[in-house]
Design a binder for this molecule. Structure first.
Ligand code: ADP
Ligand code: MG
Length: 508
């Protein structure tokens, strides 16, 4: 992740705690430009996983709410106030939305942290400003992306134009709630689509909050809708709806596959998936700076509690340097001691939920039978009522072990020794996933060879999981198909129209 150079303003733990106590988050759905309860009136508890306490009641939407949102989204699309307007109007609104998100940075960051347990420091400096940047990028781009005219001779004019697909469902996960929402919604909106955003049930608050900002930014009613609720109750009817044209999904491979079946059972809507990962981090003996490699390896698995689809959860270390690298890795891991997410001194936050904590601890128990534990391996801070896991490193793991093949989605690193380049390439590529890879070497030929050989969407050489607005992010194999970010993201939310016009008369 690229660090954004924005310092934390305002306050210490006690000040943030009183702000947290005073906050009253909006929990209603947002349909046709208004906040509304679910049609059923049902709500669910929104829990702060760092304390175990309920922080809001959130609308539990279902099929009838999806139908209402689709009706409004379609009406907006057909009237053309957004879909057919001069794109410079969309540019202005999306940039205004980015400014409004930045203006509400502290409030949104606090909501994000209370909702997910992630560090407030990261919410303030990465998640919220990073989300604003995404709206600004796609806003800026939307009136500069040109269509194509084809060389068709003097007797024809042929053009290829991009058209918005119509209604886009954005179904997103809980690890970077606002950012993932922005990655889907910003290009979809910029292209002129109407959007129905379904945040994860674990983390609905920032998505709900920005709906009001979208109105303030001038996005017309019906163009942007937010439906909180559970996967089977909101995600499935979105996937199955015959008047939704496309779904952008980030989440588990299991549910990604389910969206493909939803499309097949309904209207063959386009499904763009960004799913699981088990990314490799490979360190060769010719790496010039092992300390930097160790620090990057720790960041690659412990950032955001390891709840990152592109987390480099497999650390392949050449056997000649394991003795040297291991103490550096342990030292680097010390910076990730979990603590109160509102405290700037904490190194990691809380896990998203008790359920996810149990899942990760289950993998750790499996790992004990497969490899040696170097540090961690247990939950901590039980007295807080929250769900915290110590940074955990297994050593001497086989590439075929369960902890080295399953996506754990927690702060658990498998260190796997290797001898040869061919062996490590084969092992790295043996995963069902193909999201990212990080390679540490100072041999230019090897770096290029490896980046070509890795069967993944993104390779980071002498850095880790480098994500940038200008470059696509996404995977191959069971990590999914679509690409978020960069100008290529428009491709997912547009159809190409061919227009062939026969001309009479030939040249003048
Ligand atoms: P995780 O298992 O990490 O929570 P999921 O893939 O289950 O990841 O969740 C990603 C998104 O998919 C969330 O918004 C979630 O509500 C949604 N979802 C979960 N189950 C289903 C389902 N059966 N159908 C449609 N959407 C679902
Ligand atoms: Mg799930």
């Amino acid at each position: 992740m690229t660090a954004i150079n924005t310092s934390i303003s305002a306050g210490d733990v006690s000040e943030w705690t009183s702000r947290a106590d005073a906050i009253r988050p909006e929990g209603r759905a947002f349909i046709h430009g208004r906040y509304l309860p679910a049609a059923s009136g049902k709500t669910f508890d929104c829990i702060n996983p760092a304390t175990g306490k309920t922080i809001a009641q959130v609308a539990s939407c279902a099929t009838s709410d999806v139908d209402a949102a689709v009706k409004s989204a379609r009406k907006a699309f057909d009237t053309g106030t957004w879909s057919q307007c001069d794109p410079s109007e969309r540019r202005k609104s999306l940039i205004r939305l980015a400014d409004l998100i930045e203006g509400a940075r502290e409030e949104l960051a606090l909501l994000e942290t209370l909702d997910t347990g992630k560090l407030l420091r990261d919410s303030l400096t990465l998640d919220i400003p990073g989300s604003a940047d995404v709206f600004r990028f796609f806003g800026e781009a939307c009136d500069k992306l040109l269509d194509e005219a084809v060389p068709a001779g003097s007797e024809a004019l042929a053009t290829i134009t991009r058209e918005p697909v119509g209604i886009v469902g954005a179904v997103v996960p809980w690890n970077f709630p606002l950012k993932m929402a922005a990655w889907k919604c910003a290009p979809a909106l910029a292209a002129g689509n109407s959007v129905i955003l379904k945040p994860a049930e674990q983390s609905p608050l920032t998505a709900i909050r920005i709906a009001a900002l979208a109105v303030e930014a001038g996005i017309p009613e019906g163009v942007f809708n937010v439906l909180p609720g559970f996967g089977p109750e909101v995600g499935a009817p979105i996937g199955l709806h015959c008047d939704i044209d496309c779904v952008g999904f980030t989440g588990s491979t299991e549910i990604g596959k389910r969206f493909m079946t939803y499309a097949g059972r309904s209207n063959m809507k386009r499904i763009w998936l960004e799913c699981g990962g088990k990314s490799a981090f490979v360190v060769f003996p010719d790496c010039k700076d092992l300390k930097a490699a160790a620090q990057a390896a720790a960041a690659g698995i412990f950032f955001n509690q390891g709840e990152v689809c592109s987390a480099t959860s497999r650390l392949f270390v050449h056997e000649d340097i394991t003795k040297e690298l291991t103490p550096l890795l342990l030292e680097a891991a010390m910076a990730y001691q979990p603590g109160n997410p509102l405290d700037q001194a904490s190194g990691m936050g809380a896990m998203i939920s008790e359920e996810q904590t149990q899942r990760v601890l289950g993998y750790i128990e499996k790992g004990r039978g497969e490899a040696d534990i170097l540090i961690g391996g247990h939950r901590i801070l039980q007295e807080t009522g929250g769900s915290f896991i110590a940074p955990t490193i297994f050593n001497g793991v086989s590439a075929q072990a369960v902890i080295a093949t399953d996506e754990i989605f927690g702060p658990v690193l498998s260190v796997i020794p290797f001898k040869t380049e061919a062996e490590v390439v084969a092992a790295a590529n043996s995963s069902i996933y193909g999201l990212g890879a990080s390679v540490w070497t100072n041999d230019l030929d090897r770096a290029i060879r490896l980046s070509r050989a890795m069967h993944v969407g993104s390779v980071s050489i002498n850095t880790v999981d480098h994500v940038d607005l200008r470059t696509p992010f996404g995977g191959v194999k069971q990590s999914g198909n679509g690409r978020d970010l960069s100008l290529h993201a428009f491709d997912k939310y547009c159809d190409l129209k061919t227009t062939w016009i026969a001309l009479q008369g030939g040249p003048v």
